[in-house]
Design a binder for this molecule. Structure first.
Ligand code: OGA
Ligand code: NI
Length: 364
C-alpha cells in the first residue's frame, strides 16, 4: 500500500523537487586543515584545466551596457544590447539603479555566512535530495571531478518558494540583506525582461504574458584560494538554465571566464556593475537567436573570491518553446522542442555541469 502512494506521488512529480546532488566535503574546510592541499578529486583532466599563461585576448572585453540609456529608450544602446546578446550572450550593466549600499550589504552577509564555523553553516546544509541550501550541486557520481567552490542556493521569489530552513536566520542582517538585494535585483530583471521582449518582436509585457510570474533563485559561490590554480576549476564550464542571470562579482579579483568564439575570455570586474548572461530558457524562447554561452570560474592563489548569481526563471509548470514571433516556417524554422520548465530543470540537475550538453537535449 505504502509503495503505491510513493509511486503515485513520484508520477505526479510531487516531492521530487528540482533534483538532487551527492553530498561532498566542503573545500573551505579541507583547506582549514591544510591550506596547501589539492585533493585528487579536485584535479581536473588535463584538457579541462585552465591555461595559466596570460590571456592572449586581453583586449577583448565583454560589452558594457548603460542601463540608464535603456530606460530612456536610446536606440543606440538598445542596438548594443541586441548585439551583445547575439554575439556574446554576456554583457555588464552599469547605472542599473541598485544602490551600492545594498550590494555591499549582500556581499557582507554572504561573507559573514561563509566565515561561520562549519557546524553553524551545516545547520543550513542541503540534503542529498534537495538543491537548496549550503553545499554543492551537480554532483552525480563519486568519480566526478569536484569544483573548487562551496555554495549556498536559496529560492527567493515568489515569496512562497522561500524555505527558511536553509537560511541562517540567527546571523544578524543576513535575511534583511538577501530580501533587500533580491527585491532590487527583481526590479532590474523586470527591465531586462521588458527589453528582451521588445527585441524578440513583442511588446514590453510579452515575456511576462507568456511565462507568468518569474521565479528567482540566488546562488552564492565561495571560491577559496588554491595553491595550484592551474590544476583545478572554481566552476566547471556550463551554461545557466535560467532565462537570464545577474552576477554580482568581486570588484577586483578576476575569476569568471566566458567562451567567446572558442576562446576563454576574462570578464574583468567593473566595480558596482552586474554581469548579465543569457540562459538556456531565452535561447529556447528566442529560437536560438540569443544563445546561452558556456562560462566557468577559475581559482587563484592570492585571495578567496565570492560571487552572487541571481537566476531569473519561468514558473515550474510553464511550457517553454520558441516564441511565435521568433519562428518563420520559411526562414526561421523552429529549432527547439517545447518542454515544461521543471522537466528542463530536472534534466539539468540530473547531470554534471557540462558545457552546452543540456540545450542539445531540446534541440530539434
Ligand atoms: C554560476 C556562475 C560564475 C562566477 O553561479 O552559475 O557561473 O563567476 N558563476 O562565480
Ligand atoms: Ni553560471
Amino acid at each position: 500500500m505504502e509503495l503505491k502512494v510513493v509511486k503515485a506521488s513520484v508520477e505526479k512529480g510531487e516531492g521530487l523537487g528540482w533534483g538532487k546532488s551527492l553530498l561532498v566535503p566542503s573545500i573551505q574546510e579541507i583547506l582549514k586543515n591544510d591550506s596547501q592541499s589539492v585533493p585528487e578529486r579536485y584535479i581536473q583532466e588535463l584538457k579541462d584545466r585552465q591555461l595559466i599563461s596570460q590571456n592572449l585576448f586581453d583586449s577583448l572585453q565583454v560589452p558594457v551596457i548603460d542601463f540608464s540609456m535603456l530606460a530612456q529608450k536610446d536606440a543606440n544602446e538598445i542596438r548594443k544590447l541586441d548585439l551583445a546578446c547575439k554575439e556574446w550572450g554576456f554583457f555588464q550593466i552599469i547605472n542599473h539603479g541598485v544602490r551600492e549600499e545594498i550590494m555591499v550589504n549582500m556581499k557582507a552577509a554572504m561573507a559573514a555566512f561563509f566565515e561561520l564555523p562549519f557546524q553553524e553553516k551545516s545547520k543550513c546544509a542541503k540534503a542529498a535530495n534537495e538543491i537548496q541550501g549550503y553545499g554543492q550541486n551537480f554532483v552525480v557520481s563519486e568519480k566526478q571531478k569536484l569544483d573548487w567552490c562551496d555554495m549556498m542556493f536559496l529560492k527567493t521569489f515568489p515569496h512562497e518558494t522561500r524555505n527558511f530552513k536553509f537560511w541562517p536566520l540567527t546571523l544578524p542582517g543576513f535575511k534583511e540583506a538577501v530580501e533587500e538585494y533580491s527585491t532590487e535585483i527583481r526590479k532590474v530583471s523586470n527591465k531586462i525582461d521588458a527589453n528582451l521582449s521588445v527585441l524578440m518582436g513583442m511588446d514590453e509585457n510579452g515575456l511576462k504574458r507568456k511565462l507568468g510570474e518569474f521565479q528567482q533563485g540566488i546562488r552564492m559561490n565561495y571560491y577559496p584560494t588554491c595553491s595550484r590554480p592551474d590544476l583545478v576549476l572554481g566552476i566547471s564550464p556550463h551554461s545557466d538554465g535560467s532565462l537570464f542571470t545577474l552576477l554580482l562579482q568581486d570588484d577586483e579579483i578576476n575569476g569568471l571566464q566566458i567562451k567567446h568564439k572558442e576562446v576563454w575570455i576574462d570578464a574583468k570586474p567593473i566595480p558596482n556593475s552586474l554581469v548579465v548572461n543569457i540562459g538556456d530558457a531565452i535561447e529556447i524562447l528566442s529560437n536560438g537567436m540569443y544563445k546561452s554561452i558556456e562560462h566557468r570560474a577559475i581559482s587563484n592563489e592570492k585571495k578567496p573570491r565570492m560571487s552572487i548569481a541571481t537566476f531569473v526563471m519561468p514558473g515550474d509548470e510553464v511550457q517553454i518553446g520558441p516564441l511565435d514571433s521568433m519562428v518563420n516556417e520559411k526562414h526561421l524554422p523552429r529549432s527547439y522542442r517545447n518542454i515544461k520548465y521543471i522537466d528542463y530543470i530536472r534534466q539539468k540537475f540530473a547531470m554534471k555541469m557540462q558545457g552546452k550538453a543540456h540545450t542539445a537535449i531540446v534541440k530539434l
